[in-house]
Ligand binder design. Structure first.
Ligand SMILES: [Zn+2]
Length: 101
């Protein structure tokens, strides 16, 4: 395999492993080793009003009474829901940082 592109998915090698997951679509290329901010969902921080989890496309509900917490990657302004964070944090080597503003 081309070493420079080793992060590209090789479907055959991923059957039955954690990579064999419909939610994974090349995220390895830009989300490895990131520090993610655990914070209340904020539409202001979305790109083009893309208010969905980058993995499972769950839509983040803005209920002022019960603000939803999610994980935010500030470089590319990507939101990741709690479930996907839990499922993938080990594989992507994410670090969580509490953010309370
Ligand atoms: Zn998700």
């Amino acid at each position: 395999m081309d070493k420079a592109k080793s992060w590209l998915p090789d479907i055959s090698a991923h059957k039955g492993t954690w990579r064999d997951d419909w939610r994974l679509m090349g995220h390895e290329g830009y989300l490895c080793d990131k520090v993610l901010q655990h914070r209340k969902f904020d539409r202001q921080l979305c790109v083009l009003d893309f208010d969905q989890c980058d993995f499972c496309f769950e839509i983040f509900d803005e209920d002022p009474e019960h603000p939803l917490s999610a994980y935010f990657e500030p470089d590319q302004k990507i939101w990741i829901c709690e479930t996907c964070f839990k499922d993938f944090k080990k594989h992507f080597n994410w670090t969580a940082q509490e953010k309370n503003d």
